[in-house]
Design a protein around this ligand. Structure first.
Ligand SMILES: [Zn+2]
Length: 274
C-alpha cells in the first residue's frame, strides 16, 4: 500500500498519490501565485494569512510557499528592469510588497532576489550620480585589505576564477553578444539572459570571493589573491553568470569570474570607472 505524497493517507496498491490531492496542490500553487501578484496588479487586496491558509489546505510545504512568494517578487523586479533601471517608485513598491506580506530579508533572498533589487538600486544611484550608501551587512572578517578611502559596494561568494592560458586563441566574446561600448551606458538585464560563461577555452584557477569597491575588483581565495583597478581594465566581457576582464599590460591574461551577477558587474564597472 503506497502513501499519498500529498495527504499521507493510503493511496492504494502501486499508487503514490491521489489525483485529487495533486490537483489541489497544483491549483493551490497557482492561486498563491496569482493572489500574491495581485499586490502589484492591484486586482485584489489579499493578506498573508489567506495565502498561508491556501498553502495549508493544498499540501504546499512552507518552504515552497516562501519560494512562490519570492518568485512573485523577482518576476515583478525583472518586469521593472525590462524598461531600464529600477526607479525610486518601483523600489518602493517592492519594499511595500515585503512589508505587506511580512516577508523577512531571508525569505526574499533565498534565490538572491533581494540582493538583485539592492544591486539594481546601487546601479540607479551610480547612473544618476547620487551617492551610494553602504547597504551590505557583513558577518565576520573579510579577507581584503581595502584602501583608506575605499568603499565596499558588493560581495560575491563561491566565485570561480578562470584564466585564458594562451592569449592568442582568445578572440573576445565567443558567445554571441558583444557589448564592448563606450562608458556611461547602461545595459538591461535582458541583454545578459542566456549567455552563461563557457568554460571550454579557459582553465579553472581558484574559487573564492569577489569584492567590488568604488575603485577595484578584488579576488581572494586560499591560493590566489589580487585586485584590479577599474581604470586599468581594457575589455569587459559580459555573461549572464559572470564577467570577463582583461587588464592593461602585455602579459595580462583575460580572467573570467563565474558565479557573479554579470549584469550588475558589467554595468557597475563600466560606469564607476567613468
Ligand atoms: Zn492524497
Amino acid at each position: 500500500m503506497g502513501k499519498c505524497l500529498y495527504c499521507q493517507k493510503s493511496a492504494g496498491i502501486f499508487k503514490k498519490l491521489h489525483k485529487e490531492c495533486e490537483e489541489k496542490y497544483l491549483n493551490g500553487r497557482e492561486l498563491i501565485k496569482i493572489k500574491s501578484n495581485s499586490f502589484f496588479d492591484k486586482s485584489e487586496v489579499v493578506e498573508i494569512v489567506e495565502l498561508e491558509n491556501i498553502a495549508d489546505n493544498s499540501f504546499i510545504p512552507y518552504n515552497e510557499f516562501e519560494e512562490i512568494m519570492e518568485n512573485t517578487f523577482t518576476d515583478n523586479l525583472l518586469n521593472f528592469l525590462d524598461d531600464g533601471t529600477l526607479d525610486d517608485k518601483e523600489e518602493d513598491v517592492l519594499g511595500e510588497y515585503m512589508e505587506h506580506f511580512k516577508l523577512t530579508q531571508e525569505q526574499l533572498n533565498k534565490n538572491d532576489s533581494l540582493g538583485k533589487m539592492v544591486r539594481a538600486s546601487i546601479l540607479r544611484k551610480l547612473l544618476n550620480g547620487e551617492p551610494s550608501s553602504n547597504r551590505l551587512n557583513i558577518d565576520g572578517n573579510l579577507p581584503f585589505k581595502f584602501q583608506k578611502s575605499e568603499e565596499l559596494i558588493w560581495l560575491f561568494q563561491n566565485v570561480e576564477l578562470y584564466e585564458q592560458r594562451i592569449k592568442t586563441t582568445y578572440e573576445g566574446s565567443s558567445n554571441g553578444i558583444s557589448l564592448r561600448i563606450a562608458k556611461g551606458v547602461y545595459y538591461r538585464t535582458s541583454s545578459f539572459r542566456g549567455h552563461p560563461v563557457k568554460t571550454t577555452n579557459i582553465v579553472p584557477i581558484a574559487s573564492g570571493m569577489v569584492a567590488l569597491t568604488n575603485k577595484h575588483i578584488y579576488f581572494s581565495s586560499g591560493i590566489k589573491n589580487f585586485r584590479i583597478n577599474y581604470v586599468k581594465i581594457i575589455t569587459l566581457e559580459p555573461y549572464s553568470d559572470g564577467i570577463g576582464i582583461t587588464k592593461d599590460g602585455v602579459t595580462a591574461k583575460p580572467q573570467v569570474f563565474k558565479n557573479v551577477d554579470g549584469w550588475f558587474c558589467y554595468n557597475f564597472i563600466k560606469n564607476i570607472s567613468e
